[in-house]
Design a protein around this ligand. Sequence first.
Ligand code: ARG
Length: 456
Amino acid sequence: MTLWGGAFSEPTDDDLRRLNDSLPFDQRMAAEDIRGSIAWANGLARAGVITRGEAETLVGGLNEIAREFTAGTFVFAEGDEDIHTAVERRLTELVGPVGGKLHTGRSRNDQVATDFRLWARGAAVDLLVAVRHLMRVLAERAGEHADTVMPGFTHLQPAQPITAGHWLMSVFWMLERDTQRLTDTISRIDVLPLGSGALAGVPFPIDRAALASELGFASISPNSLDAVSDRDFVAELLFGCALLGAHLSRLAEDVILFSNPAFGYVTLADRYSTGSSLMPQKRNADPMELTRGKAGRIIGDLTGLLTTLKGLPTGYNKDLQEDKEPLFDAIDTLGQLLPVVTGVVRTLTFHPDRMRAGLVAEMLATDLAEYLVRKGMPFREAHHTAGRAVRMARERGVPLDQLSLDDLRGLSGLIADDVAAVFDYDASVRSRSAPGGTAPESVRAQVAAGLALLAD
Ligand code: ARG
């Protein structure tokens, strides 16, 4: 028997039932559903709608159901449409007709919104822990490589020397913003919809603030019609997941590139590499490629949900049942990726010699312009003069630092023999010591600031 068949004269079509049922995926909210139901039973008793004794019977039955789920002995029945109907059906089996009092004043609309918020909050908190773990490893590795000089790129073309620690910390700060976003999202997940009924609210004197505190919510929803159909929290959390996925994907792309023998800057540990079934020499960065690939899937989860939401009329609509799988998928995907990405970074071998070999003197052309600026030349003119030096070196087929002093003096009388000091990669990165720059001391300051954030 369904929970709502009273006005119907024939059973639901089997194909429709399979389409309609959400139990296959929403059963993972069993613990949240039971928690919400226990709070509701207590709320009904506080409001005098049921007796204390009835509430105790209901709570006892619900705790028994929780034990069945934990032990793996809970048996779903034919006709359990979703986790809410399954729990209520089992409750009535266990405690008898009083089980039928639990749903007083409650709708599955405010119930599912409550369950999903409880679930999403837990998932977001777990995600934060996993992201912070990766951040810690990034900061530690950045500290090890604060002095390691490597080529820096813009447009993926050789740009200026940077330190490897600076590169790693650039990812750290992306993830730090992700954690800020997740924390901010949690504050909006943390609103209790229970007590909204189907759409219009509850006709009994339910103390919703007490319900909120029992379930650990920071506040109660201010409008029942909004509360039953508000999935902003899912969209926000999915956006947080999607952007986090995009950040991981960018790191992955760098590692894939830098582990290519043409670069040779890093090597993935054997346990985080894969081989080819045909080519014995192959060493593939599959974990990073999957990270890049799965970021697309998480972005799909977000766009799917937004598309579901955009045309909905006021109040709850069954379309909203489509909110769960995308979030479950995004959270599961990140739950798989984050420990692997963390392991890759933790075990990555850096090759400072190969990084240094990738440096070319032209990457100091900006430093040459800055040298001229320090001698009093306006930057635009200095840029032009350094550009002429680059052209001259290319025409002669020599590296920029191999032009003679006479050649350079021919470009500007401001150039003196102290120009030799310009062509020093270590000095170049050391000079960028303003806060946020690539200098070793700046990277060490970033690492210290980052680790302090993680210690909070
Ligand atoms: N399984 C449903 C969902 O996930 C529960 C709410 C059903 N509400 C309703 N009025 N049919 O959204």
